[in-house]
Write a protein that binds this ligand. Structure first.
Ligand SMILES: [Cu+2]
Length: 312
């Protein structure tokens, strides 16, 4: 995410710098196109990243997306003309709104692919915009970079290379940030508790997560959990009807429950709470992945009572 944002920021800066340097040779029409394209791309990408990062707060992510789009469109249009500024700013604001909505609404398991697609779109389009501006300003074949740029073969090699490196670094990056969480002691801890039946009232130093339920929304609607780390999930029902949380296909060992239903050992994690009451369930996630949870009261899931947990 940071990586993608960084690439997008650097490329935006390159385009703006290019427009600024060649501002005398670029016609108003080309400047408008460039400002519109850059504003839209920066808005979409910034909005998407903000929508994913601040999921559940569409207002904040929309404002952030609009700001990115506005700034990119404004600075790209500024060296050209007022018309280019208007063009850039408006499409930037629109792109920011759409990107934020996309980031907010996209299912969690598709967030990473969506970011990748957006980056491909961003890099591809900025290349075309830069090419167009080059054409507009006249090629200067004395620069090596321009020769490279003018040769489709080089471009055909450079782009796949970029995406290969990007994927490689992206995975490296993700792995290194996961590292502290998956150390061997936690794995041992997890294995020990898988072998024996989990004791009912274990002293756990796990984390506590509170989810507030109302009609018909969870707050927050996403959780970050760690494999092997016990977690106490507290469901605070602030609504006027009963609500619950049921996880789909999440493998976990249950440690204790405070309601009275009987449950098999590999049951889904489930917690139910009456209006105005609080209930909790303690469990250890066994498998990493993204798991949805929802309210099983008829009609609630369809009305928006869904969320997800990212177990890493
Ligand atoms: Cu409900």
């Amino acid at each position: 995410m940071l990586f993608t944002g960084g690439i997008a920021a650097v490329l935006s800066f390159v385009v703006i710098a290019f427009i600024f340097i060649k501002r005398k040779k670029i016609t108003c029409m080309a400047g408008m196109m460039a400002a519109m394209a850059l504003g839209m791309l920066a808005g979409l990408t910034g909005g998407l990243l903000a929508g994913i990062s601040y999921n559940g707060n569409l207002f904040l992510s929309t404002i952030l997306g609009m700001t990115f789009g506005f700034l990119a469109g404004f600075f790209a249009g500024m060296p050209i003309s007022i018309m280019a500024i208007i063009d850039g700013v408006l499409s930037g604001v629109m792109g920011g709104m759409m990107g934020a909505m996309l980031g907010e609404m996209i299912a969690p398991e598709y967030q990473d692919p969506t970011v990748h697609i957006m980056l491909v779109l961003f890099v591809g389009m900025t290349c075309i915009v830069l090419y167009m501006l080059q054409q507009e300003a006249g090629f200067n074949h004395s620069f090596l970079i321009n020769k490279l740029f003018h040769n489709p073969l080089w471009l055909a090699i450079a782009l796949p290379l970029f995406f290969y490196l990007y994927n490689h670094l992206y995975n490296e990056f993700a792995r290194s940030s996961d590292l502290p969480m998956t150390n061997s002691s936690l794995n041992h801890f997890m294995e020990d508790h898988n072998q024996a039946a989990p004791p009912l009232s274990i002293e756990t130093k796990g984390k506590k997560v509170v989810i507030e339920a109302t009609e018909f929304v969870y707050l927050p609607k996403s959780l970050q959990l760690t494999v092997g780390q016990p977690v106490t999930l507290i469901l605070k029902n602030s609504g006027r009807v009963e609500h619950d949380i049921e996880f789909e296909n999440m493998k976990a060992s249950l440690l204790q429950r405070n309601d009275h239903e009987n449950h098999a050992e590999n049951a889904n994690v489930h917690v139910h709470s009456l209006p105005g009451k609080t209930a909790e369930v303690t469990f250890i996630p066994i498998e990493s992945g993204v798991f949805r949870f929802y309210c099983t009261v008829p009609g609630h899931k369809e009305s928006g009572m869904v969320g997800w947990a990212k177990v890493s």
